[in-house]
Design a protein around this ligand. Structure first.
Ligand code: NAD
Length: 290
């Protein structure tokens, strides 16, 4: 089944990026959020992102306008009933996601594929809330969606080969690389990233080197665009602590356990860029002071 119409649930940071990427690839998109204010915010993010692409010469004015015209906002989940694929990007709360999947299952025709953009929750728990577990999968995009080329296609225990094949083709049509992986915590990218980031904090605890020395070592020695402490501050220490806790609960692997320093920095409110202080300090504009 060729996907033509895409539904998106949640018009926040990720939903807006996903809706925009789909519209730029020529799909008709209907986005649902809880109220008009949330829809207005989502459209504001899309407009800003399209304007930046035009300014950078990565899209023409006409293409950006056409893409914008393909996105329709709604507060009624029922308006997603004609979708061939629905991508859920609402809150990272399993009860919320299960309710959304159960409702989508009632609304959408049996052939519609239902996907979640969750970063940490088991896809199979959402599949089990529907009567079509074979047509439920993970579709994990990266932030910012307009820039990041990867999509993780997550195959739950119940996901059919046809669903995986349709999502592979969909990722290709978005101009992204879709990699297929199992429904395990962190999928591929976070499974590798989290122990690495926690290892950097442990190295700091042990006095191996200062944060900027470790960051420079990784940037210059491994050609990473950011060092681990820059990345931790950028994504938020609280988010990283939460993810480490989820991983440790599941795997009981010491490399996934939150180091004491991380726990204490979060308790102190040193959350990174968003709180003005993490491993580095930031001014009101989020620029690094030192
Ligand atoms: N932010 C990231 O870097 C990132 C990356 C990959 C995956 N994710 C995942 O994507 C999902 C969304 O994250 P986000 O950062 O965009 O969050 P966000 O808070 O920016 O956006 C969530 C949006 O969902 C809306 N919402 C809440 N309940 C809803 C419902 N029942 N129906 C429709 N809309 C509803 C909210 O009003 C909000 O606009 C989460 O599952 C998150 O784990 C986030």
């Amino acid at each position: 089944m060729a996907i033509q119409k895409v539904g998106v649930v949640g018009f926040g940071a990720m939903g807006s990026g996903i809706a925009q990427a789909c519209a730029q690839a020529g799909f008709d998109v209907t986005v649902r959020d809880v109220d008009q204010a949330a829809l207005d915010r989502g459209f504001g993010v899309v407009d800003g992102s399209l304007a930046r692409l035009v300014k950078a010469g990565r899209a023409t004015e006409a293409d950006a306008k056409a893409a914008r015209g393909r996105i329709r906002g709604t507060t009624a989940l029922g308006d997603l009933k004609d979708s061939d694929l629905v991508i859920e990007a609402a809150l990272e709360i399993i009860e919320t996601k299960r309710e959304i999947f159960a409702e989508l299952d009632r609304i959408c025709p049996p052939a519609t594929i239902l996907a979640s953009n969750t970063s940490s929750l088991p896809i199979v728990e959402m599949a089990a809330a529907t009567k079509r577990p074979d047509r439920v999968a993970g579709l994990h995009f990266f932030n910012p969606v307009a820039v990041m080329q990867l999509v993780e296609i997550v195959r739950a225990l119940t996901t059919s080969e046809e669903t995986v094949a349709a999502l592979r083709e969909f990722a290709e049509r978005l101009g992204k690389r879709g990699i297929v992986c199992k429904d395990t915590p962190g999928f591929v990218v976070n499974r590798l990233l989290v122990p690495y980031l926690l290892g950097a904090i442990r190295a700091l605890e042990e006095g191996v080197a200062a944060p900027d020395e470790i960051d420079d070592a990784v940037k210059l020695g491994l050609r990473h665009p950011m060092g681990p402490f820059e990345l931790l501050d950028y994504t938020g220490l609280d988010i990283n602590l939460h993810v480490a806790n989820v991983f440790y609960d599941e795997f009981k692997d010491p490399s996934m356990a939150a180091p004491p320093l991380l726990r204490r920095m979060v308790a102190a409110g040193h959350l990174g860029r968003k709180s003005g202080r993490g491993f580095y300090e930031y001014d009101e504009k989020g620029q690094r002071k030192r």
